[in-house]
Design a protein around this ligand. Structure first.
Ligand code: FES
Ligand SMILES: [Fe+2]
Length: 412
């Protein structure tokens, strides 16, 4: 995933992103189409564009001055007539352009001309993304350019965490729980609002995509006991619930109602999180607020990852609410997040350091059996793909690594 169409709304708007190992200029042409152009001059390979975002009609190479239109066509070659052979064909030197597909503002791209269409690639995960986006009236704004941070460790480490790691909450994030980020710390040391339990459902697709959704239900009750005649959407103001979810199908209501947190992976390296937090820091008096963050975990090398974070906010909510939602995200799950992110990155760096020191061939101390034989199928769950109820499970991580290892096994 390269980013969002909303980042380049006007002709000439561009952002620089990575597509595999190649840098691309994601640019909206004068014709309104968004393209991903290889950021590499076709004359001798100079990096063309160096600003991470901007607006331009042309890309002019700093070496010999070849100039490309913002649709990738080579339109200017100094000394073309006086210096080049008469049969020099400018059109053979246009910038390589990746296949780009846009779905609900998300921009995806690939160099692979044989790759399936985006909708087929996403498969069942599209239903869950739609359900999350439709809970919020459907139209979302991207809050500013993405935040970026480089973290030590392989891209799979933070990605498997996002797939479904509820297990680390009580150890890694105890400080966040103590701060009351999900309500009060209860007598037994767990978190939450008194009288409620968090019930999690894990959904993984054969393509390695996954979602983990956590529901707030009255203590002792199950998921099926939620009162769906009066759906609840924690993190949005109750007086707006009906309007924000008016376009939802009954199945989407069953997925999103009472849902405090939903996070997951669009295989391989896009992750998302929609979550309602009580407070961003201990003494905040802000009301319970939801945010949606989408992240890309871009490999820099086998041992380093660049994370890009985009916060999305429903345009149906007013500016003040959207700012607050962005602030909650920025204070917790961001490059400067004082709670979750710093805790997680510390662990990821330790994994990297320990594995890098181990003797070659030893392999990693990797266990993914949490939840095996302990989950129950989520009866009557509305979405596609297999859904299992288990608050602690590595069901989704198993699907992620299975898909990854299948693909690695197919490499020539
Ligand atoms: S390398 Fe770009 S014009 Fe020569
Ligand atoms: Fe975490």
């Amino acid at each position: 995933m390269l980013g969002f169409a909303g980042e380049v709304p006007e002709p000439g708007d561009y952002v620089l992103r990575m597509l595999g190992r190649d840098e691309v200029v994601v640019v909206r042409g004068e014709d309104g189409e968004v393209r991903a152009l290889h950021n590499c001059c076709t004359h001798r390979g100079t990096r063309l564009c160096r600003a991470s975002l901007g607006n331009t009609a042309h890309l002019r190479c700093s070496y010999h001055g070849w100039t490309f239109a913002n649709d990738g066509r080579l339109v200017g070659v100094p000394a073309l007539r006086s210096g080049y052979p008469p049969d020099f064909d400018r059109t053979r030197h246009d910038l390589p352009t990746a296949r780009v597909a846009c779905r609900r503002g998300f921009l995806f791209a690939t160099w692979d001309t044989e790759a399936p269409a985006l909708e087929d690639y996403l498969g069942e995960i599209a239903w869950y993304l739609d359900a999350i986006l439709d809970c919020g009236a459907g139209e979302w704004e991207v809050c500013g350019p993405p935040q970026r941070v480089r973290t030590k460790g392989n891209w799979k480490i933070p990605t498997d965490n996002f797939a479904g790691d509820g297990y680390h909450m009580r150890t890694t994030h105890q400080i966040a729980l103590d701060q009351g980020i999900y309500g009060d710390t209860l007598a037994d040391g767990t978190r939450g609002r008194a009288g409620t339990d968090l019930v999690a459902v894990n959904i993984a697709t054969p393509a390695g995509h996954s979602v983990r959704a956590g529901y707030v239900v009255e203590s002792g009750l199950s998921l099926e006991d939620r009162d769906l005649t009066a759906p609840q959407y924690p993190g949005y103001p109750p007086e707006r619930w009906a309007e924000l979810t008016a376009a939802q199908t009954p199945e989407q209501v069953r997925f999103t109602s009472h849902c405090e947190v939903a996070h997951g992976v669009v295989f391989p390296n896009t992750v998302f999180l929609s979550v309602a937090h009580d407070r961003a820091v201990g003494e905040d008096t802000d009301p319970l607020t939801r945010y949606l963050v989408v992240r890309s975990h871009v490999p820099v090398s086998a041992r380093e990852t660049e994370c890009l974070y985009w916060t999305l906010a429903p345009t149906a909510m007013d500016t003040e609410w959207r700012r607050r939602s962005y602030r909650f995200q920025a204070r917790t799950q961001s490059a400067g997040g004082i709670l979750f992110e710093m805790d997680d990155f510390e662990n990821f760096a330790r994994i990297d350091a320990a594995l890098a020191r181990s003797a070659p061939g030893r392999g990693g101390p990797v266990d993914l059996t949490l939840g095996v034989g302990r989950s129950t199928p989520a009866r009557g769950f509305p979405g596609p793909a297999r859904a299992e109820v288990a608050t602690l499970s590595e069901h989704n991580q198993r699907a992620f690594y299975q898909r990854w290892s299948t693909l690695m096994g197919e490499l020539p």
